[in-house]
Design a protein around this ligand. Structure first.
Ligand SMILES: NC(=O)c1ccc[n+]([C@@H]2O[C@H](COP(=O)([O-])OP(=O)(O)OC[C@H]3O[C@@H](n4cnc5c(N)ncnc54)[C@H](O)[C@@H]3O)[C@@H](O)[C@H]2O)c1
Length: 380
């Protein structure tokens, strides 16, 4: 019998569902783990809505106040799937209550909040992680393994984009249910914390820390109706952000994110160029890793598209799923994150990205926003 890890889920939106699916799949596909999640309680402010969510997804009980959830003796781990302005308060309360924490990204509204959160979990010594889930897409994990082997040689360039188009209409309101991302009071920032944070986390994981940045941001639509008041108010988020940076390893970085790239829904792409090899990945084709190997010789040298779907068990995570050649999808990155968290409990090791790792991304985001505001280069 595995040791149960009783999960208390806060939030039932997009991530509440994605993570719950992860908890549900973990025991079936990772049965060897000695810790396994149990859907103990779900929490949100609306009793009707959270009861419906709990019934649909199989949570044993509900709460309408996250403080009561944290106070429960039968809860071991709290999953924070609420807007960014609530992460700090909930995470610190969890640490003080000795609960494990699985916190959504970005870690916090800013670096100062993130520092407090790091101190709280480190003082309490509670297991914790931040859901930068793209690290656990097998093709991205494979890229990490290839880079760590040294096969790329000297790294010259890293570039990443995260492009969407869902806020182009001026009629779209801001703030409140489902649209909190457009309100800096709830989100902290716009595309920088929401989308670029993913690109930055992956970049730091693959290519090391960023030393300085130079950024520009734009808010294309200056006023929107706020859902809470019905009044037209100033838009406070960055709609688009582009920045260049130096990595500590001497390579150059180029990043762009927007919600105004007509036709793109969630185009997250990354590319890394080394002296010996280049790698490229695209979220819309997430099971493929494109590789150019300078060692290949002759007329057929070129980019190859590796279908990351086993190859004799060499592809990360893929031995857990179907047969070679059958790919998996977006939701599996969350299943893998849950499984890795449970494994970290088995082994008594941290599960990356830790709060401290995620703080590094927060530092880059803050430097990017300051740089755009001041029109300056900012050290991270
Ligand atoms: N890892 C990823 O790829 C990814 C993707 C999307 C969102 N996120 C992050 O996940 C978090 C949630 O985003 P989402 O897309 O799920 O948002 P969402 O709007 O779909 O859901 C937010 C949930 O929070 C609940 N909530 C709000 N205030 C609350 C309170 N005081 N007490 C209890 N519940 C409360 C709402 O009822 C809702 O269920 C954010 O931090 C976001 O940045 C991460």
């Amino acid at each position: 019998m595995a040791t149960p890890v009783n999960v208390g889920m806060i939030g039932y939106g997009f991530m509440g569902r994605a993570h719950t699916n992860g908890y549900k799949r973990c025991p079936d596909f990772f049965p060897e783990l000695r810790h396994q999640p149990v859907l103990k309680a779900a929490c949100a402010r609306s009793e009707d809505k959270i009861q419906a969510f709990a019934d649909q997804w199989g949570y044993e009980s509900i709460e309408t106040d996250w403080r009561k959830l944290i106070a429960r003796d039968d809860i071991d781990a709290i999953d924070i799937c609420v807007p960014n302005n609530l992460h700090k308060e909930i995470a610190i309360a969890c640490a003080e209550a000795g609960k494990m924490i699985l916190c959504e990204k970005p870690l916090a509204m800013n670096v100062a909040e993130g520092e407090e959160m790091c101190k709280a979990v480190e003082k309490a010594k509670v297991p914790h992680t931040v859901w930068y889930n793209y690290r656990r897409v097998p093709a991205v994990t494979l890229a990490k393994q290839i880079i760590e082997s040294g096969a790329l040689g000297r790294i010259f360039h890293y570039r990443a984009n995260f492009l969407q188009d869902w806020t182009i209409s001026e009629d779209l309101p801001q703030g409140g249910q489902a649209l909190w991302r457009l309100d800096a009071e709830a989100a902290g920032s716009g595309v920088t914390g929401d989308l670029l944070a993913h690109c930055i986390d992956t970049a730091i994981w693959l290519n090391g820390t960023v030393s300085d940045v130079s950024a520009m941001t734009e808010t294309f639509i200056k006023e929107r109706v706020h859902q809470a008041t019905g009044e037209k108010t100033k838009v406070t988020i960055d709609d688009a952000c582009a920045f260049m940076c130096h990595f500590s390893n001497g390579s150059l970085g180029l990043f762009e994110s927007t919600r105004y790239a007509r036709g793109h829904k969630a185009l997250y792409t990354l590319e890394i160029n080394g002296s010996e090899m280049s790698l490229r990945w695209d979220l819309e084709d997430l099971h493929r890793l494109e590789v150019f190997d300078h060692k290949d010789e002759g007329a057929l040298r070129g980019w190859k598209s590796v279908h990351v779907s086993d190859h004799g068990g060499e592809h990360p995570y893929m031995d857990k799923w179907w047969v070679p050649g059958l790919q998996i999808g977006y939701e599996h990155s969350f299943v893998h994150h849950v499984a890795d968290f449970m494994k970290s409990l088995d082994e008594g090791k941290p599960c990356g990205p830790t709060f401290r790792d995620a703080l590094e991304t927060q530092k880059v985001c803050d430097a990017v926003l300051t740089s755009a505001k001041e029109r300056s280069w900012e050290n991270v």
